[in-house]
Design a protein around this ligand. Structure first.
Ligand code: HEC
Length: 178
């Protein structure tokens, strides 16, 4: 069952956190007990300039992202939560891909100073920022849709997927291993 804002404020862990998880920093940490990485929800962090998205606003943004992902058929190329294709990188933990973080290449490449803005820019103009032999085509994603999709990806990364996909971030030369 999906958690809610009260769970997040009280540090109650849910397999599927509530939509307002977008107001928090998410990291991926090795659990010695479970022997794989688990998403850990940390302190507040801005998401598109705010860390106070209400439950309704956050839910609306996620809904927009979900509809966008269906309309633009991300699953034709990518895998999301175990469903989809393996033509392109698994998106389940894409938000946690270091490529988008301060040490990664994508913020500099897109000229943005936050993860969410870099990702939103990439989604609107993927063919401008190709990093692989296989390129993501432009899908006519609007700025608003991109924001929803990034919220959708951030929320998805916070879901406890029992360590799947396996080896995320460890395969050298793969998108997450750059
Ligand atoms: C026609 C195939 C195709 C479709 C459809 C597609 N993508 Fe991609 N996508 C790719 C390829 C190929 C890459 C790898 C390109 C690269 O990294 O330069 C990629 C890369 C990405 C990345 C970077 C992955 C990472 O971990 O850093 C994200 C995020 C992404 N796509 C999101 C989306 C979303 C969201 C949708 C749907 C709205 C979508 N893609 C639809 C082919 C596709």
């Amino acid at each position: 069952m999906m958690g809610n804002d009260t769970d997040l404020q009280n540090g109650v862990t849910k397999k599927v956190p509530g939509p307002t998880v977008i107001n928090y920093k998410i990291t991926y940490e090795m659990s010695a007990k479970r022997m794989h990485e688990v998403p850990v929800i940390g302190e507040k962090e801005n998401f598109f300039g705010r860390d106070d998205w209400s439950e309704e606003e956050a839910a609306e943004l996620l809904h927009l992202g979900k509809l966008g992902s269906q309309a633009k058929n991300c699953m034709n190329c990518h895998t999301l939560l175990g469903n989809g294709a393996y033509y392109a990188p698994d998106l389940t933990k894409a938000w946690l891909d270091p490529a988008w973080g301060p040490e990664g290449s994508m913020q500099a490449m897109t000229g943005k100073s936050t993860k969410e803005e870099a990702m939103a820019e990439f989604l609107q103009h993927p063919s401008q920022y190709a990093t692989h032999a296989r390129m993501m085509p432009n899908l006519a994603i609007t700025e608003r849709e991109a924001k929803g999709l990034v919220a959708f990806l951030k929320h998805m990364s916070s879901i406890d997927t029992n360590g799947f996909p396996r080896n995320f971030g460890k395969i050298k030369g793969a998108v997450h291993g750059k």
